[in-house]
Structures are given as structure tokens and as C-alpha cells.
Design a protein around this ligand. Structure first.
Ligand SMILES: [Zn+2]
Length: 95
């Protein structure tokens, strides 16, 4: 499954709810899920970690749907085989 297909799946399953909840509410859910991912990382729980990654990408796709952003296109346009800052692969940026 491509990112596009996953985003379309989230649209089919949740757009009716996501659009009613709105951008602010959906963003808050995404932040909550990112926090839960942080907890799973802290607890080093592999099973929980996979579930939280799934929730984060699902809420990210929901937010993209209600803001009319194509996630796959956005990601591929920005990360087009090289680091967007240094234009190298692998990245050679110094942080
Ligand atoms: Zn770089």
C-alpha cells in the first residue's frame, strides 16, 4: 500500500467525522497520539510502539485530508531522493 492509498483509506473511513471535528480538534488528536508514541518509546514496548506509529500516521493522514494536502506528493516533492537542505544522499548536514 502506498501513502496515497492509506490516505484514501483514512478518507473513506473517517472523513465524515474528521471534517466535522475540524482542523484544530484533529490536530489536537494528532498531538495526543504523538505523546502516546513518546510514552511507548520511553517504555520500550515493541507491540505498543507499532500501534502508536499506526495511530500517528492515521491522524496525520486525517489532518492532511481535511486540509486538502496530498501526503505522498508533499513528502516526495520535499524529500526527492536527497536531503532538501544539503541536496546529498545520505545527508551531510552538520547539526
Ligand atoms: Zn542534509
Amino acid at each position: 500500500m502506498h501513502i496515497n492509498e492509506f490516505q484514501e483509506l483514512m478518507q473513506k473511513l473517517y472523513y465524515h467525522r474528521d471534517s466535522k471535528r475540524g482542523v484544530e480538534g484533529t490536530y489536537r488528536w494528532l498531538v495526543d497520539e504523538v505523546n502516546e508514541l513518546g510514552d511507548a518509546l520511553h517504555n520500550n514496548d515493541k507491540e505498543e510502539l507499532a500501534k502508536e506509529f499506526a495511530d500517528v500516521i492515521a491522524w496525520l493522514a486525517s489532518l492532511a485530508n481535511i486540509t486538502s494536502v496530498n501526503l505522498e506528493l508533499a513528502a516526495v516533492n520535499k524529500y526527492n531522493n536527497v536531503c532538501p537542505k544539503c541536496k546529498q544522499s545520505p545527508c551531510e548536514c552538520r547539526f
